[in-house]
Design a binder for this molecule. Structure first.
Ligand code: SF4
Length: 474
């Protein structure tokens, strides 16, 4: 790529004054080392396939198997104890570098797109609801088949997603990541968390304009996730691959305040599906998915339902099981879900999502109304302030698997409770700070802003209460 950087005297004053810093150099380094990135990606693909396939060829581990002695336990720990929690954390820290530099699905779909049919992306694929719907389906289905515990469901869910990514790549776009942009079940979550990252590829519109007026005609940049470079204002859709670094002398990797995108960018284009993902997905569905197996309520409801079914002489829901790819079914491990178990599990997760999400929606609406007349865009903007707390919940839920897996192998991590409490408190304070800054954009009356913040704190209560009950009461 030709960067077409203008001579110093012709550059926009702000950019001319700015000395290239370590981050801009890092962005340029990424731009120059795409071959190294490709090699790294294919190494990750190889490790990913081995961890996905080898465990299904081996017998299920017994109680004497450890993470360091059994490939199935190791793969389970690598996928659910390390990969997921730390990709979530990493996205909030450095943006979607996982997607752009390491993700095996991203590499596979882009490769398939380089040799495939290169068709135009159909409109149904670009529906904004896919990431939210796909996330909800995979979260619930993962619980139904115990994806965190067994290798076959892991192969089915992760491998199925990889095959779909390859197929979409083969059919649509040329050298693009249509799958990642529109369909990946976790792209919605990553897009939210990347808004918190203190690093992003910054576009200087004035520099871009000057470069155009000077007649610069740099070569094209292949932005695989289809980000409109000139208008990029946030880190949400960017995979941080670095290919556009230095383009027209106007794009560079730069630091920013972790509050900046949510306060100053997220309100400009309201995204209702993001609100649904935050409120009903990350702060509802996810809570239920991590809670159900420890819930004493679910046990009581199950006993009550079983008694009533037996008295009505309807016993088939208690006796009938399903194949492992519908409901958990491992009799040798004493781990079998009946139809009643499965129905109650799904009902519990949905009920949790509706109860938590409904309460959060009401309080957010109250917070929005406290600032003045009702405006849907303002409501969606307020919802964005919940991202730190929502993201912290997902990290805590996933890292609980890390703690449990290590504990079952005799490794006790110290200060887990204290770390969880600190993360929840800090995330709550961060969300409250974002809310306060956002209210300042819509009202200069302190009383209104305090009322909005109070209602917003009410919106943070259900998720905080649910995590508190899971980690410290049950
Ligand atoms: S905007 Fe596109 S090309 Fe630039 S770093 Fe992000 S993903 Fe890569």
């Amino acid at each position: 790529m030709t960067t077409c950087t203008l001579p110093e005297r012709d550059r926009a004053p702000a950019l001319a004054a700015a000395q290239p810093d370590v981050w801009a150099h890092l962005g340029d380094w990424l731009q120059r080392h795409q071959r190294t990135i490709h090699k790294t990606q294919w190494t990750v693909v190889a490790i990913y396939l081995v961890l996905l396939i080898v465990p299904v060829l081996r017998p299920l581990p017994d109680n004497a198997a450890y993470i360091w002695t059994n490939v199935t336990r190791f793969a389970q720990f690598a996928f659910w104890g390390i990969w997921w929690p730390f990709v979530i954390l990493g996205t909030a820290l450095v943006g979607r570098m996982w997607c752009g530099l390491l993700c095996p699905e991203g590499a596979i779909t882009e490769y398939a797109s380089s040799v495939g049919r290169a068709r135009a992306t159909p409109r149904w694929i670009t529906w904004a609801g896919w990431p939210t719907v796909a996330f909800a389906i995979t979260t619930i289905y993962g619980q139904m088949v115990s994806v965190y515990q067994y290798p076959l469901p892991t192969l089915l869910i992760l491998g199925g997603s990889t095959v779909a990514a390859a197929a979409v790549g083969y059919l649509y776009g040329r050298n693009k990541r249509v799958w990642c942009r529109y369909l990946c079940p976790v792209s919605g979550v990553f897009a939210l968390l990347a808004k918190l990252a203190p690093l992003h590829f910054h576009v200087d519109p004035e520099q871009w304009r000057q470069s155009q007026s000077a007649g610069c005609r740099p070569g094209p940049v292949n932005c695989a996730p289809l980000v409109p470079l000139k208008n990029m204002r946030g880190a949400s859709a960017c995979h941080m691959c670095g290919r556009c670094s230095g383009f027209r002398g106007a794009i560079r990797l730069a630091r920013r305040s972790p509050n900046n995108e949510i306060v100053h960018v997220a309100g400009q284009t309201p995204k209702p599906w993001e609100t649904i993902l935050i409120v009903f997905g990350l702060m509802g569905l996810v809570v239920g998915a991590f809670q159900w197996s420890s819930s004493p309520f679910l046990i009581s409801i199950k006993q009550w339902a079983a008694q009533n079914l037996i008295s009505a002489n309807v016993t088939w829901p208690l006796d009938t099981t399903a194949p492992w790819w519908v409901l958990t079914n491992y009799p040798l491990k004493n781990d079998v879900l009946t139809l009643l178990d499965g129905a109650l599990l799904i009902a519990y997760i949905f009920a949790g999502a509706l109860a938590c999400g409904g309460a959060i929606t009401l309080m957010l609406a109250l917070a929005t109304r406290s600032l003045g007349s009702w405006k849907a865009a303002r409501f969606h903007h307020m919802a964005q302030a919940l991202i730190p707390l929502a993201g912290a919940g997902v990290f805590l839920g996933l890292s609980a698997l890390t703690v449990t897996q290590l504990r079952s192998d005799g490794i006790m991590l110290p200060y887990v409770s204290e770390a969880r409490a600190s993360i929840l408190i800090l995330a709550t304070l961060w969300s409250a700070t974002l809310c306060w800054k956002i209210t300042g954009l819509y009202s200069d009356r302190t009383a209104r802003r305090i009322a909005a913040l109070a209602a917003f704190c009410g919106a943070m209560l259900p998720a905080n209460a649910a995590w508190f009950v899971l980690f410290w009461v049950w």
